[in-house]
Design a protein around this ligand. Sequence first.
Ligand SMILES: Nc1ncnc2c1ncn2[C@@H]1O[C@H](COP(=O)(O)OP(=O)(O)OP(=O)(O)O)[C@@H](O)[C@H]1O
Ligand SMILES: [Mg+2]
Length: 343
Amino acid sequence: MPLEKELEKEIEIKGIPKYIPELIAEECRTKISDAVRDLLHRSGMKKISISVGNEDDGTQPQRKPKQKQGDGVGDEVSIEQRAEQYRSREPLFGFDFLVVPDDLKETLLSAVDLVLVEETVFDKWNLRSIEPFPRAALNFHGNPGTGKTLAAHAISAYLKKPILMASYAQIESKYVGDGSKNVEAVFYAAERDGAVLLIDEADSLLSRRLTDVNQGAEQAINSMRSQLLICLENYKGVAVFSTNLVQNYDRGFETRMRHIFFPMPDEAVRQKIWANHLPPQLPLAADVSIESLARVDDVCGRDIKNAVIDAALRAARSRKTRIEMGDLVEAVQRLKSGRIKRL
Ligand SMILES: Nc1ncnc2c1ncn2[C@@H]1O[C@H](COP(=O)(O)OP(=O)(O)OP(=O)(O)O)[C@@H](O)[C@H]1O
Ligand SMILES: [Mg+2]
């Protein structure tokens, strides 16, 4: 059996708690199985045994097991220790790579300019006396693959700061009370590193707090949301949240954040995105026309990136020396028709 098929049979991801929205759970499963495949591919190993999540049915957070005495680790880890799991990195992209409509770019720049003028306005002009914690909390929302993560990188690069990325999955915990401590630790880590904080897949975190709480799992989410509000209030820096869909914003977040919508790219934007994704070293045949490629609609930036990679890999595998227009068009069509149909 080919390795791909064999893997599909073998990789089983269980234990994603039921209270996690299906959209996030699905993404989580995809990301984990992609990572396993990638690991196998790069390491040359044939098999790998990974277990993810709870052994129970995942509906209830559990009490953390008490650590044995004398094992050198206290039951309560300090916030510094907890924050060790969150590390920042240098941003990978700048504003030159991000293609968005001009007004969106302006909005992004003006939102972060606050940080650049903070010292003048809040220290020199002492507006800190009326606002001790000036902050720039942004919520990027929009379809997948429209440049939200990329924009967070661009902001970091613009501010010459590292970026600290944490997804909801890395913050929530199956243990009671741990999720909210992780929220605190993420903010602590961002301040420690002087980083732009990006919280990905933040949909569940930003939704309205539940009022009728009778399940441990719901309480856990509520306490994470409350902790997030406290942290935002005290945080000195840029925090970016990225969401695909928030049905019910919690009022607390709705008013404290600047909401920035990332649209699907139109033809003019697609043209520039295609151009950015075709580096000069890529051997393109003379028939490749960026204008024609950009006419294919209903594709986001990530589709363009994936289509270019797919076309190049296929061309290289079949020992072609040039990538032709047909290769790119087929790759983008393949991608469109392979999409999971969502209602
Ligand atoms: N507006 C854009 N300009 C340039 N490239 C883009 C744009 N949008 C997407 N891309 C390309 O697609 C890749 C993935 O985009 P990104 O990760 O920013 O999407 P996202 O909006 O964060 O998606 P998700 O909601 O799934 O997290 C980028 O690294 C880039 O190559
Ligand atoms: Mg993203």
